[in-house]
Design a binder for this molecule. Structure first.
Ligand code: ADP
Ligand code: ZN
Ligand code: ZN
Length: 727
């Protein structure tokens, strides 16, 4: 058994055989192996006595990392399943799931608690080393003067500590050290008594036992879903070994959740895993989950693959959120992988949402998932907001703002309450238009228009990042009078400043929140009532809890009402319900005003009643007639190249191969996506539908094997997207 079958990070769907060179390396362990002229990291998947290749042609591995704990077989099995299901090379899927440190050719240090301490220089120099205005650094200095502290302790002392600490590390004032082990943080914050909906939910899941079941916890924002999760953890993490995985869609929201979980479970080691952590922290978190020391793992998409010794529960919060779907490399859905993981481990999984994905809702309706409902807000005084449409066919919206909306905002200003204006477009205006000939500034690399960013005096492509100065005159007719047309966040901010010169306005979008810690500062300001009007994109829609915010204005959603994307209505409803949820969270009643040309649209009626169930039902019926998911299963073959001809050739051949396979799939003609050109690449795609997952999977297996064998496959960039969300 001296032959090792090894997974490597190469785009081939196969394992590679090597000789073990006398090492005792086990399945799941890392090795360094020669590959062509390179040395690469691989994972041992099996030992074998034989190889399809002649033994004399096999090379020995260079070294084995025998001291490291092997990746558990459950993790390898999960990734193998995903590689199969999503038609992606196993080795690449596996290595991409590991923390970056485990892809490097040096031994990984075993779990330790990284802490931070002052250096000699800093101790001798005293706090005077640090400029007075570096308030946070001074605060950290004062904390560390009492001894080494880990990140958890620092986070409790000073919010936004990370960048301050980094600055101090760069100055040579702070360095990393190790603490012996996890130390409990004191007494737990006590839990509120559950209301009856919550109680029923906790009881039902508990009574469901320790085996695989999918629960859908449906409840509007503020109905107490997180409280239910925490009670479940309380009930299920009873022995010393059991662990739970909690997935959250966005790192922006993890600090709030982290604080709540740490306060409630000070005696459990909690590990956070997301992309804003440094690599050594990620490795340590991963290893602590794997060793069983970490009892609760909270993380974003990628953490669904974190190895655990004894998982008993998986929770997916905001399960409908599209950020669970990876949009490159292996295009997996972390929500679906979480369900598969729970199935393989035979443990329950809880999906939570106010607006479940229609696929999930459908499964709950047909009884595959069990539905639990939280029907009211948990805090008694927090009433639901009242929603109205402003009919912009009658109420003309000048510069994007209608009279009723302006009046409602004025009322808030008089009462010292806050307003939020939601507009899903950043920048000043979406197009630069020549009024004489109709020319609009295009992106040269994409089939899109350049967005005007007036303050920076730039035109910018939001798809590829291309930037240029605005032309002084129309390149088509020479007219020097070019107009920014339409509204973005910047323009709305400017217009508001004219209407309400006395108001304090804060813009929240990807441009204004680019700086690290900016979001945190924004929330602090809003809570301190230093802001009267917030103008922002979907960034503002989620999670934030602003007690003094009583008005939400939605500027322009009509384009989404009639989008060619069949999921647009579902997304819009989720988004609007979520923004609406920002209003009136603490006692003061909230109001939502939606400007639209189509106030009679069914979506708004459902929104007014906060009736997700009814709206979902009507969407499901529409989709059934149109034969869209969840009534069928889809896969998309995407191809792109710098010229269109090879794309067309490849897709023609791919279609021919598909027809040669005996299968009950429906194959559509190749089409150009909405963005025909992206980043200088010409794109097209083929859609496949099947009535069942099995049919689709069997077909894809045969098809992708054939595609890989096509010589034309090397002339284009292509990928398969199983269960695609974007077209
Ligand atoms: P969700 O996750 O559904 O948005 P949360 O669990 O965050 O809801 O609860 C919303 C608010 O209500 C939080 O401030 C929470 O502390 C509070 N809350 C939740 N359950 C209860 C309860 N049973 N009694 C009192 N307050 C509760
Ligand atoms: Zn012109
Ligand atoms: Zn572009």
């Amino acid at each position: 058994m001296n032959i090792l079958r090894i997974a490597l990070d190469v785009p081939l769907a196969t394992l590679f055989d090597y000789l073990d060179g006398g090492s005792a390396v086990q399945v799941g362990q890392r090795v360094l192996a020669p590959f062509g002229t390179r040395k690469v990291i691989g994972i041992v998947i099996a030992r074998s006595a034989t190889s399809e290749l002649e033994t004399s042609r096999l090379k020995p591995i260079i070294r084995a990392f025998e001291d490291e704990p092997p990746i558990p077989s459950a993790t390898l099995k999960l990734l193998a399943f995903c590689a199969d299901y999503y038609q992606y090379p196993f080795g690449q899927a596996l290595l991409a799931a590991l923390p970056a440190r485990l892809r490097e050719a040096r031994p990984a240090s075993l779990p330790k608690h990284i802490a931070y301490m002052l250096t000699e220089t800093a101790q001798q120099g005293g706090i005077e080393l640090i400029p007075k205005r570096a308030v946070l650094q001074r605060k950290l200095y004062a904390t560390l003067r009492d001894g080494a502290r880990d990140s958890i302790a620092l986070a409790q002392h000073a919010s936004g500590w990370r960048s301050a600490l980094r600055a101090m590390q760069e100055k040579g004032w702070v360095r990393e050290t190790e603490l012996e082990q996890f130390s409990a943080l004191g007494a737990a914050v006590s839990a509120p008594p559950l209301n009856s909906d919550q109680q029923q939910a906790v009881q039902a899941i508990h009574d469901g036992g320790n085996n695989f079941l999918v629960w859908l916890l449906h409840g509007i924002t503020g109905s107490g879903k997180t409280e239910v999760y925490m009670r479940l953890l309380d009930a299920m993490l009873t022995d010393d070994e059991s662990q739970a995985l909690v997935l959250v869609p966005e790192i922006n929201l993890t600090p709030q959740l982290e604080a709540r979980f740490r306060a409630r479970f000070p005696g459990h080691s909690i590990v956070m895993l997301h992309s804003q952590m440094n690599e050594s922290e990620r490795l340590q978190g991963w290893l602590r989950a794997q060793s069983g020391e970490a009892r609760i793992v909270i993380g974003t998409r990628l953490s669904v693959f974190t190895p655990m010794k004894n998982p008993v529960l998986v929770i997916v919060d905001e399960e409908h959120d599209s950020s669970y779907k990876q949009q490159d490399a292996m295009r997996y859905s972390a929500r679906d992988v979480a369900i598969m993981r729970a199935k393989m481990a035979n443990i329950p999984v809880v999906l939570g949402s106010a607006t479940p994905a229609l696929e999930t809702w459908h499964n709950a309706q047909t009884g595959r998932y069990r539905l639990l409902t939280l029907s009211e807000r948990a805090v008694q005084s927090a009433a639901l907001p009242v929603t109205h449409c402003v009919d912009t066919r009658r109420q003309h919206a000048q510069d994007g703002l209608s009279q009723p909306l302006l009046a409602a905002m004025r009322k808030r200003l008089e009462r010292d309450e806050q307003s939020l204006l939601f507009i899903n477009r950043r920048g000043y205006s979406p197009v630069l238009l020549c009024g004489a000939c109709g020319w609009v500034a295009p992106c040269t690399r994409c089939s899109s228009r350049l967005v005007v960013h007036l303050r920076e005096r730039k035109l910018r492509c939001h798809h590829c990042g291309h930037e240029q100065r605005p032309p002084l005159q129309c390149p088509s007719c020479g007219n020097p009078d070019l107009h920014p047309t339409g509204h973005g966040t910047q323009r709305l901010e400017e217009t508001l400043a004219q209407h309400f010169p006395e108001a304090r306005i804060l813009r929240v979008d990807r441009d204004s929140m680019r700086r690290k810690g900016a979001i945190k500062d924004m929330t602090t300001k809003v809570h301190a009532n230093e802001v009267d009007i917030l103008v922002g994109t979907q960034m503002l829609a989620k999670g934030h809890d602003f007690p003094n915010l009583t008005l939400v204005g939605v500027i322009d959603t009509d384009s989404a009402l009639f989008s060619p994307d069949f999921r647009a209505a579902e997304r819009l409803f989720a988004q609007l319900l979520q923004v609406a949820g920002r209003a009136g969270r603490a006692g003061k009643p909230g109001e939502v005003l939606i400007q639209t040309n189509f106030p009679d649209h069914a979506l708004f009626a459902a929104l007014q009643k906060q009736d997700y169930a009814q709206f979902a039902q009507s969407l499901l019926e529409e989709r059934k007639l149109a034969h869209f998911p969840p009534w069928c299963f889809e896969a998309l073959l995407r191809a792109e190249a710098t010229h269109f001809a090879p794309v067309q050739t490849f897709l023609d051949l791919a279609a021919r191969e598909a027809r040669a396979i005996k299968s009950k799939i429906t194959l559509y003609d190749a089409v150009r996506p909405q963005m025909e050109r992206l980043k200088g690449m010409e794109r097209a795609q083929l859609l496949v539908q099947a009535a069942s997952r099995q049919t689709m999977q069997k077909f894809l297996q045969a098809w992708v094997a054939r595609l890989r064998a096509l010589p034309q496959a090397n002339k284009v960039r292509w990928s398969v997207d199983v269960d695609p969300l974007e077209y």
